[in-house]
Design a protein around this ligand. Structure first.
Ligand SMILES: [Zn+2]
Length: 458
């Protein structure tokens, strides 16, 4: 399983229709004509390549091996001549060998959780921190947040980029920030009420937990809460999760995109038209590649997203392979932003499970579970290797209170229905165990949906 703290994104909901009010934080850069934007990108690309070549031994060696010098970058398309960076390269250079600045110029360090192996370490100069706050201000403003809002930030504070990323962004736009962090869900719901919070920021799975808690505390979101916006990120938000959060908390959900390797949240944002994630193209150069051959694909084709940081000082990255599958949409957006959008992700390339030779994405399973009214949005996928050395999968899923009350017959009925639906989608018979509501462990940050026992049984 991936250890990256990713502000990954799921399928977007249907585009909104009708004219909407669209707030834009940095109109000069976010609505730049394409030609001016590309000119700025090229200038910044040339600078960052020179910087990497001269200051990061890893890039110096890689570029020498490919026979590429900084001055060979004459057009944006020349980016394809540069070497890729993978998460293995980052691990090999742990913790600081990819930094382009001496430690005395590094103002802050963040890191991914690194549950397996070494974490990814991100370093920031003072300028990097300023850029980060600016980009987070764009993200938060795009959702319609203003200085009049009270933002309860439930992203974890600490080494994880989520908490501080949203914190400084909200502060930058002048909103009131409540650094509540993850955990103590009951208290969080109480604070929403007492403080009159209008905005919630959290992982989508924790937002679902908080919504469940609100329900349990007998809080009516329309009468008792002033929440109007939920900013989510760090894991995929499926349309079903989005609908669940919107319905139970009476909010409009805005997805975000980012990765620890690239800065944390702040790489991509969702505007009120909800039709893909605008990437801050003045700071990040996007490509999609064929994940097998590494060939650059023409715009609009589906492939693996590759990102180059254009302005980062401490920890610049050239052609970082995100493992996210996407399509880039360069069509201008109704919101006025000219920055291209990432569209419809089927899942991360490294999140994919191969069960009995069939490719399975956890988000496919989630979509089916959330489409059936008999189930709560709480499940765990346990992957194991059975005695005949074939990978095997069992899904533990909570039924609703009503189904549980109705007894074993109803639970078996629900299990059969889910098995049937999953077979339709995956073409695979899956073992399913239906459990009582509130029996699976809740997460206070990113939900752990897949438990892989294969590593242990090797
Ligand atoms: Zn837009």
């Amino acid at each position: 399983m991936s250890v990256l703290e990713k502000f990954a994104f799921g399928e977007q909901s249907k585009p909104a229709t009708g004219k909407k009010e669209c707030l834009i934080w940095d109109r000069e850069h976010e609505t730049m004509p394409r030609s001016a934007l590309e000119k700025l990108q090229l200038e910044r690309l040339q600078k960052v390549v020179e910087r990497c070549y001269n200051k990061v031994p890893f890039y110096h060696q890689q570029m020498d091996a490919l026979g590429i010098r900084p001055e060979d970058i004459k057009t944006l398309a020349d980016v394809s001549k540069l070497p890729f960076t993978t998460k293995h390269d980052l691990r090999d250079n742990y913790p600081f060998a990819m930094f382009a600045e001496p430690m005395r110029n590094v103002a802050r360090l963040h890191a991914s959780s690194g549950t397996t192996g070494k974490p990814v370490v991100g370093g920031y100069t003072k300028n990097d921190l300023n850029t980060w706050s600016e980009l987070m201000a764009r993200v938060i403003t795009a959702a319609g947040v203003t200085p009049d809002d009270i933002v309860c930030n439930s992203f974890g504070y600490g080494l994880f980029t989520g908490g501080m990323g949203f914190h400084y962004g909200a502060e930058r736009i002048g909103a009131t920030i409540v650094p509540v962090s993850g955990g103590q869900s009951k208290r969080q719901v109480m604070l929403w009420q007492d403080f009159g919070a209008t905005v919630l920021s959290s992982t989508p799975s924790y937002a679902c937990v908080l919504a469940e808690q609100a329900e349990e505390s007998g809080v009516n979101p329309v009468k008792d809460l002033k929440l109007r916006i939920a900013l989510v990120g760090a894991e995929p938000c499926t349309p079903q999760m989005r609908a669940e959060i919107e319905k139970k908390l009476n909010v409009e959900v805005f997805d975000t995109y980012g990765l620890t390797e690239l800065m944390g949240p702040g790489v991509g944002l969702e505007c009120p038209y909800h039709d893909g994630l605008h990437i801050c193209e003045d700071h990040f150069l996007m490509e999609t590649i064929d994940p097998e051959s590494g060939e650059v694909l023409p715009p609009g084709s589906e492939g693996e997203l590759v990102l180059t940081s254009l302005t980062k000082e401490a920890f610049p990255l050239l052609r970082f392979r995100t493992r996210d599958r996407t399509r880039i949409n360069q069509e201008p957006c109704t919101c006025g932003r000219t920055h291209a959008r990432l569209q419809k992700i089927d899942g991360r390339t490294d999140d994919m499970l191969i069960i009995k030779g069939v490719n399975v994405f956890p988000t496919q399973i989630e979509t089916v579970i959330l489409s059936l009214p008999q189930f709560e949005p709480q499940y765990v996928i346990v992957v194991d290797r059975s005695s005949n050395f074939l990978d095997d999968m069992e899904i533990l899923v909570e039924c609703t209170h009503d189904v549980h009350e109705a007894g074993e017959g109803a639970m078996e009925e629900a299990r059969k229905k889910l098995a049937h639906e999953l077979h339709q989608v995956l073409g695979l018979n899956t073992r399913i165990k239906v459990v009582a509501p509130k029996t699976l462990q809740r997460s206070e940050g990113k939900a752990k949906r897949v438990v892989d026992l294969r590593e242990m049984s090797k």
